[in-house]
Write a protein that binds this ligand. Structure first.
Ligand code: SER
Length: 581
């Protein structure tokens, strides 16, 4: 059975069972700053577990590309990929009632899983085993799932586990629950999470008002299992590309071939979703993937990255619009980064040779190795390899210490970004940011307190805000909001920031974006009315203008639905010509 057939059978089966197919989300989540990338199919639906009324349907099916950077160092083994496609089905809003087309929970989910695996895909029952949540000190055993598994015809291997069988939340807060995993020949291919808890920021679990299902599995693994292949790289989703790499290498080995294949594919997906190589967070991960691919390529004598990407694109372009539209750009971006890296490698090699000829102490110090790594992007293995050729050693322990210190620092840097800071501090971006606060407050004023932020994006060109509101915002309401923002700009109100305890800030009525994880201590920005009352107060990393009078004229550009119950507004501040330098 080909991967095309598996895809189709999965979608057809769940559509037949009244699921609505929803297109995949971007790999860069735009409403969840607590994670770098989309790591699971459920992520775009996270909010629906608590607010099922916002879901476009109670039953959804998707195939969602995911990136798991935690697995980068595992890539090259038999089962891990950086990017993979997750097939998933979801149910929202279950309150105890099974209906043929409404929300469902454990019974229907497990019955469908077994039917699909053993009847539709016709996998031999003896190859399958299942695991369930056996409970721990905080959470009880999932006896319901255990009994349901015991009732499945022909499933003989069932085991209970602890924390491994409890999934979520994504980020530090959110829906989560016990899960059931199905394995084929000991490779996990199916994970049904039963979201029945909500975990709060302080780590407490409470029973959720609504229960739901979040099932996900890796298409590459399932294809390998069905096709009787020993590794994900042998499935028809990856083997043609592995072959392309092998045939174009002059010193091929499997591990490096896999790294090239996996990383080039991940780079194609990331660049197509708008990520560019750089030195921060997502950008850095892309850079690391490209560099790692190029290094692995050097080891096996492979250079045809453009051809490999194009070949991936001709297949994935059939399923993903972003790839169809952007793969040529991806090839260009990859190529530019490769050129840059090769130059870096050259200067690093020169540098290393200089160190070696300048003294005869026989060891590259930790500082020297770290400088090569940090400034020249020189991987430590390469330093060791080249040093060894000259009979030199490297202070690897010292290097590791410096490296760990650096890792902690960059992690701290990432956390700072997630506190809501802007990507750039261009004056026009800052102006849009303050206008964003004014707009949210104005919308709440005009439409009501149910309006909360669901997502945002601020650039120097425009601002975009997603807010909860059940229906289209009328022309008249938009005009009122626009006028109110302009009035607050004309009143030249002060924008003040204070650092506060998070819970106190929330208790004081400061607005926070739904689903966002905030640290214990937060910055709160307030816009104060002429009479001293608060017009707007939000948890926010800033920066902002000092007073609203610095903004030019505000205008709303567009209003549209973004998902059920969520409206998206684009607006901008027309810069004052006199203040542009
Ligand atoms: N969220 C779960 C996972 O990622 C199931 O979809 O494994």
């Amino acid at each position: 059975m080909t991967h095309q057939e598996i895809r189709q059978k999965y979608l057809d089966y769940f559509k037949e069972a009244h699921h609505v197919e929803v297109p995949p989300a971007s790999l860069v989540p735009d409403n969840d700053p607590s994670v770098l990338f989309t790591v699971a199919g459920m992520q775009q639906f996270k909010d629906y577990y608590q607010h099922p009324q916002n879901a476009p349907a109670p039953r959804i099916v998707t195939i969602q590309p995911c990136i798991r950077t935690i697995d980068i160092d595992e890539v090259g083994d038999d089962t891990h990929n950086t990017v993979f496609e997750m097939y998933g089905h979801f149910s929202f809003g279950y309150t105890g009632q099974d209906t043929p087309d409404g929300p469902y929970f454990k019974k229907q989910a497990l019955t469908m899983a077994w039917d699909f695996l053993t009847n539709v895909l016709a996998i031999d029952k003896n190859r399958i085993r299942a695991t369930y949540f056996g409970g721990d000190e905080k959470r009880p055993t999932d006896t319901e799932s255990k009994e349901l598994l015991q009732s499945l015809d022909g499933l003989s291997r069932i085991e209970g586990y602890g924390n491994e069988n409890f999934w979520g939340p994504v980020g530090d807060e959110g829906p989560c629950g016990p899960n059931v995993e199905f394995y084929i020949d000991d490779v996990e291919v199916w994970n049904s999470v039963f979201n029945e808890y909500y975990k709060d920021r302080d780590g407490n679990y409470t029973k959720a008002e609504y229960r739901g299902v979040d099932m996900g599995g890796g298409l590459e693994r399932l294809a390998a299992a069905i096709q009787g292949k020993p590794t994900v790289y042998d499935s028809d989703l990856l083997s043609p590309y592995i072959t392309l790499v092998r045939e174009n290498s002059n010193n091929y080995n499997e591990r490096h071939g896999r790294i090239v294949t996996d990383h080039v594919k991940a780079a194609l997906f990331l660049i197509s979703d708008g990520v560019r190589p750089g030195n921060k967070t997502r950008e850095y991960i892309l850079r690391r993937l490209i560099r790692r691919a190029v290094r692995a390529g050097q080891t096996i004598g492979f250079t045809k990255y453009g051809q490999l990407m194009e070949s991936f694109a001709s297949m994935y372009g059939q399923y993903y619009e972003t790839i169809k539209n952007n793969y040529q750009e991806a090839i260009t971006v990859f190529d530019a980064e490769q050129t840059k890296f090769l130059k870096t490698l050259d200067s690093g090699t020169t540098q290393l040779e200089r160190i070696i000829t300048a003294s005869d102490n026989g060891e590259i110090s930790a500082e020297q190795a770290f400088k090569l790594f940090d400034t020249f992007g020189f991987p430590i293995e390469l330093t060791s390899e080249l040093a060894a050729e000259k009979n030199w050693t490297v202070d690897l322990t010292g290097f590791q210490e410096l490296f760990n210190k650096h890792k902690d620092m960059s992690r701290a840097g990432m956390e700072k970004i997630f506190q809501g800071g802007l990507a750039d501090h261009n004056p026009q971006t800052v102006a849009h940011h303050t206008a964003h606060h004014l707009l949210l407050a104005s919308l709440r004023h005009i439409l009501g307190g149910h309006v909360v932020q669901r997502g945002s994006n601020v650039t120097s060109e425009r601002l975009r805000i997603d807010v909860s509101h059940p229906e289209k915002i009328t022309e008249e309401q938009l005009k009122m909001a626009e006028d109110l923002v302009n009035q607050k700009i004309a009143e030249d109100l002060p924008v003040i920031s204070e650092t506060m305890d998070r819970d106190k800030a929330l208790a004081s009525g400061a607005l926070a974006e739904f689903g966002t994880k905030y640290p214990k201590e937060v910055t709160v920005y307030s816009i104060i009315e002429q009479d001293g009352s608060v017009f707007s107060r939000e948890l926010c990393g800033g920066p902002h203008v000092m007073s609203t009078g610095e903004l030019g004229r505000f205008e709303i550009l567009k209003e549209e639905g973004s998902s059920a119950g969520v409206r998206r507004i684009r607006a901008r501040v027309v810069p004052r010509t006199s203040s542009i330098s």
